[in-house]
Ligand binder design. Sequence first.
Ligand code: AHM
Ligand code: MG
Length: 332
Amino acid sequence: MNDKLALPVGTTLDRFIMRKQEEFPFATGELSQLLRDIALAAKIVNREINRAGLLDVTGAYGNQNIQGEEQQKLDVIANIRFIRALRNGGEVCTIISEEEDDVIQTGNHRGKYIVAIDPLDGSSNIDVNVSIGTIFSIYRRKSETGSNGTMEDCLQQGTRQVAAGYVIYGSSTMLVYTTGHGVNGFTYEPSLGEFFLSHPNITTPADGTTYSCNEGNMNSFPEGIQNYVNYCKDQNYSARYIGSLVADFHRNLLKGGIYMYPPTNKAPSGKLRLIYECNALAFIIEQAGGKATTGFKRIMDLQPEELHQRCPLLIGSAKMVDKAEAFLKEVE
Ligand code: AHM
Ligand code: MG
């Protein structure tokens, strides 16, 4: 699973991507270029986020996204930046974004790739200076090149991702990604404008003692999840919930833990989106040795039926996810 060639900590992201490409003699370099395009957009968005406290760019923009949530101005900016970078790069025929109702055709008919993106997740945290993130998945198109990508290209199972990653804009900014050969994390050095390899071959602990969920919804969680949360308390596990998926996920990935967004009365299918949020993180956690399920099914096996579909998510250390699933089965 892990990389053939270990590159030293401190390797720049560009060099890392280039060296990885050399391990695949038939690679055309398009995926590498696409990853670089995403990294460039991430740097631009990072700059906007860092300025957000200074300039008047925070706060509600006054319109709502397709899920009826208020769109923050920085969400809009991040959406524009990523779409622009992906369109200009030329490798992507179609983009689907959590912030857009419909698919975005880039006009790059020769582009082999589809990108699904949540440009700025955890947007309610923007105004309060808490970590937020970008989440992305890359798929190879199924249709022939030479025309726009199709809906079938966009509605692919998570198992078909060729790469996925996230950017966390936190106390430092990091980009973490996988191409299916392990997970690597890069920390951004703003004065040099470069991402450097800081977390090579990330593996997540098989077990953990941290659980993350919005316990305010406890009364409307399925009985099995309520029982599991009570089990976590009986074990004196730590509760940690930022309400910013990327930040909660990142902590649990490195330290061990489980993140849960089960069905609730308000969100009967869970809140998170299969295509923009769950699949990418599921690919990463599996590559790091963890698990991601709905409580009953592997996330990456789900067949998306529509772009903005939601699904329940249990994700993190394998033993914790197994345990939560066992509690769900017990009351089935
Ligand atoms: P968003 O995509 O609108 O930002 O919503 C997703 C966020 C996640 O980052 C976070 O884990 C979750 O919503 C928090 O939801 P809640 O406030 O219901 O606990
Ligand atoms: Mg989101």
